[in-house]
Write a protein that binds this ligand. Structure first.
Ligand SMILES: Cc1cc2nc3c(=O)[nH]c(=O)nc-3n(C[C@H](O)[C@H](O)[C@H](O)COP(=O)(O)O)c2cc1C
Length: 389
């Protein structure tokens, strides 16, 4: 059982929050609701107070108990802050740290896990400001339950419809059940691609975005771990609470990872390390000529195999252009891994730059399990739960 504060914003999807409160209560949680001013144009405090049997907070200066500051009290007592529906306005305020009503003030004073389920018009959802706000929140390990595509208001269709209540409840339950699974544990993650220079302006690399590594870092932080990321070059932003060491080449990644692995309890190799690098790096820029030139390549070190030798629980990734698991299984043995997470990068729904993923986790003991197809953060939470014990 957990104490959940359900923040409800001024969205047409407000009516769904009543059922959501009941679903969370059915899952065994105590639910207290905080309504924004705009939400009260759609629903009333009485609705939620009657459904939950708990007081409902509405105004920034409202004090149900005299002499106490409700926004601090509620923030301290909550095990989870869930905002559903989350409006574009509130998402942008949360990202900017604006605290001008009870919900955003409480959110700023709150230090625990947060789940937000946006609901809005598709144009608002795809606006640069909203996308940037959601990215900022994701960097702070906020779990975003993405809206679905559908009819949002009469005549309009697109992504912006509040996710199914069952999905929101599942996200809340996952975060709650996982919150102390990694308390006191140190997790080392390698992430992103590597770049292997050909000359001073060109390099060999691959399509890894680093998003899965960032999601694992966020998930591990949510679960109470101390996180170090050895990150190859990519535009992905890593959670601020993680220690991030930026590297470029496979050799640099190995050097930094081997050093950090000494104090890690678990190593997760989500980086897509280039298998080969040019034998020679030309100085300056190789100039165009009308004859063939040949690039001589030499194998890079096998980073995950080297890290596994250090005796820590080591989990690798196998990005394969197929659902065939035989190569992933062979890697477990060859590299001495505890487990490997296979993903089929030929599937555009879960491929390299996608925000979603689906993994088949294969343990060294032969057991295997498939994750739900969900956001990379949800899949990362799933993965960390499976490999914790
Ligand atoms: C009928 C109506 C429906 C609205 N639905 C949404 C919505 O689904 N999502 C959203 O972000 N804003 C929606 N808005 C706009 C918000 O209510 C408005 O931006 C408000 O300032 C949000 O305040 P809050 O974030 O404090 O709840 C709607 C406005 C109206 C009039």
């Amino acid at each position: 059982m957990a104490n959940i504060v359900l923040g409800v914003c001024g969205s047409i999807a407000c009516y769904r929050a009543a059922d959501l409160a009941r679903d969370l209560m059915r899952a065994g949680h105590v639910v207290r609701v905080c309504l924004t001013d705009a939400a009260q144009k759609f629903v009333t405090p009485m609705l939620f107070e009657t459904l939950t049997g708990q007081p409902c907070l509405i105004g920034a200066f409202e004090e149900p108990e005299r002499g106490r500051m409700a926004h601090l009290d509620w923030a301290r007592q909550a095990d989870l802050l869930l905002i559903a529906p989350a409006s574009a306005n509130t998402l942008n305020k949360l990202a900017a740290g604006i605290a001008d009503d009870m919900l955003t003030t409480m959110a700023l004073a709150y230090e625990g896990p947060m789940v937000v389920a946006p609901a809005m018009n598709p144009a608002m959802y795809s606006h640069d400001a909203t996308i940037t706000a959601m990215r900022t929140l994701a960097e702070r390990a906020v779990l975003i339950v993405e809206p679905t595509e559908g009819d949002v208001v009469v005549g309009e269709h697109g992504q912006g419809k509040l996710a199914a209540n069952s999905e929101i409840v599942m996200a809340a339950s996952t975060v709650l059940s996982a919150r102390s699974l990694y308390a006191g544990k140190r997790v080392l993650i390698t992430s992103g691609p590597t770049q292997e220079p050909i000359d001073d302006v060109r390099f060999l690399t691959n399509r890894s975005s680093g998003k899965m590594g960032a999601a694992i870092a966020q998930a591990a932080l949510l679960m109470g771990a101390q996180v170090t990321v050895i990150a190859g070059p990519s535009a992905t932003l890593y959670p601020r609470l993680a220690r991030v060491i930026h590297v470029r080449t496979a050799n640099q990644m190995l050097e930094e990872a081997a050093e950090a692995a000494g104090e890690a309890d678990m190593v997760i190799g989500a980086a897509a390390v280039a298998d080969y690098r040019p034998v020679h790096q030309a100085e300056g820029k190789i100039r165009r000529k009308s004859v063939d030139i040949h690039l001589e390549l030499t194998p890079n070190p096998d980073i995950i195999a080297a890290l596994a030798k250090l005796g820590k629980r080591t989990v690798g990734f196998a990005a394969e252009p197929t659902m065939d698991l035989s190569e992933a299984k062979a890697k477990i043995v060859r590299k001495g891994l505890y487990a490997i997470a296979h993903n089929d990068v030929s599937n555009p729904a879960i491929g390299f730059e996608s925000d979603k993923n689906q993994l088949t986790l294969i343990l060294a003991n032969g057991s295997q399990e498939v994750s739900p197809l969900a956001s990379k953060l949800q899949v990362a939470l799933w993965l960390l739960e499976k490999i914790a014990n």
